[in-house]
Design a protein around this ligand. Structure first.
Ligand SMILES: NC(=O)c1ccc[n+]([C@@H]2O[C@H](COP(=O)([O-])OP(=O)(O)OC[C@H]3O[C@@H](n4cnc5c(N)ncnc54)[C@H](OP(=O)(O)O)[C@@H]3O)[C@@H](O)[C@H]2O)c1
Length: 262
C-alpha cells in the first residue's frame, strides 16, 4: 500500500479522471476528500469508496472551486474529517466554449481561468502552510498535452493549462526545501470522460465533420494509436504522489501514449 495513513484532497472527483484518482488512492490506503459541484456524483464516489474500504474512508465536499470561500471550505472540511492534508490533486477543470479567440468573451475566459488556474493556486495556498509545518506533502496538478501543442479553438483552456505548468514549477521551487513536491501530469486523449465526449461532438459540429472519423485521425497521431484510460492517468498520479517519486519535483509527466515529446 503506497499511501497508507495519507490524506488526499481530489478536486473534480465526481466523475472521469478525478474519480479514478480518488478510487486508486483509497485502494492504496489513503483517506480521500472528494469534491465537485454535483452532489449526487461525489456522494456516489464516496459511498463506493466507503463500501470497499470502510466507513469514513472518503468524505464528500460539495464545492465550486472557482469561488474562494468554497476552496477554504474544501481544505477546512478535509482537515475536520481527517485531521490533515498530505496530498492535493488539482484536477477539476472546464474547457469553455469551442470558439476562436475573436469570438471568445472576457467572461468565459475569466471563468475558465478561475476553475483551471486560480483554484489550484488558492487550494495550494491553503494546503501549503500545514505541509510546510510538517515538512512533507505533495501537490499534483492535472494539465494536458494541449498545453504543449497547438490546437485551435481552445485559447482559454490551453492558456490556463500552460499557466498551470508554470504554477507547478514556481510552487516546486518555493516548496522543494520545505519537504513538499509539486508536479503535473499532461494526459493525452482520455475519450471515456464526459469532457472528452462533449468536446468531440462540439469540435465535429464546428468543423461540420464526422466525430468518429475526426477521433480516428487524432488517435493516428498518437504512437500507440489509442486513447488513454482514466485508470492509466490514476496510476501515473499514484506514482507522482507516492514516495516512489521522492526525487521528482517541478516536472510534467506526459501520459499520452506517445504524442508530445518534451
Ligand atoms: N479527458 C481528457 O481527454 C483530458 C485530456 C487532458 C487533460 N484532461 C484533464 O483532466 C482533468 C479531468 O478531466 P475529465 O476528462 O475527467 O473531465 P470531466 O469528466 O468533465 O470531470 C471534470 C470534473 O471537474 C469538476 N468540476 C468542473 N468544474 C468545477 C468547479 N467549478 N468546481 C468544482 N469542480 C468542478 C466536475 O464536476 P462538477 O461539474 O460536478 O463540478 C467533474 O467532477 C481536467 O483537468 C482536464 O483538463 C482531460
Amino acid at each position: 500500500m503506497l499511501l497508507q495513513g495519507k490524506v488526499a484532497i481530489v478536486t473534480g472527483a465526481g466523475r472521469g479522471i478525478g474519480r479514478a484518482i480518488a478510487r486508486k488512492f483509497a485502494d492504496e490506503g489513503a483517506r480521500v476528500a472528494v469534491t465537485a459541484r454535483t452532489e449526487s456524483e461525489i456522494r456516489e464516489v464516496a459511498t463506493e469508496i466507503d463500501r470497499k474500504h470502510g466507513a469514513k474512508t472518503a468524505h464528500p465536499v460539495v464545492a465550486d472551486v472557482s469561488r474562494e470561500p468554497d476552496c477554504e471550505k474544501i481544505v477546512a472540511e478535509a482537515r475536520k474529517a481527517f485531521g490533515a492534508t498530505d496530498i492535493l490533486v488539482n484536477n477539476a477543470a472546464i474547457y469553455g466554449p469551442v470558439q476562436p479567440v475573436e469570438k471568445f468573451s472576457a467572461r468565459d475566459w475569466d471563468e475558465v481561468m478561475a476553475v483551471n488556474l486560480r483554484a489550484p493556486m488558492l487550494l495550494s495556498k491553503l494546503a501549503l502552510p500545514e505541509m510546510y509545518a510538517r515538512k512533507s506533502g505533495v501537490i499534483l496538478n492535472i494539465s494536458t498535452v494541449g498545453a504543449k501543442a497547438a490546437f485551435a479553438l481552445s485559447s482559454a483552456y490551453t492558456a490556463s493549462k500552460a499557466g498551470l505548468i508554470g504554477l507547478t514549477r514556481t510552487l516546486a521551487a518555493e516548496a522543494a526545501q520545505k519537504g513538499v513536491r509539486v508536479n503535473a501530469i499532461c494526459p493525452g486523449p482520455v475519450t471515456e470522460t464526459r469532457m472528452s465526449q462533449q468536446l468531440s461532438k462540439e469540435f465535429a459540429a464546428y468543423f461540420k465533420a464526422d466525430a468518429d472519423e475526426s477521433l480516428k485521425r487524432m488517435l493516428n497521431s498518437v504512437l500507440q494509436g489509442r486513447p488513454q484510460t482514466v485508470g492509466e492517468i490514476a496510476q501515473a498520479a499514484l506514482f507522482l504522489v507516492s514516495d516512489q517519486s521522492s526525487a521528482i519535483t517541478g516536472q510534467t509527466l506526459n501520459v499520452d501514449g506517445g504524442m508530445i515529446f518534451y
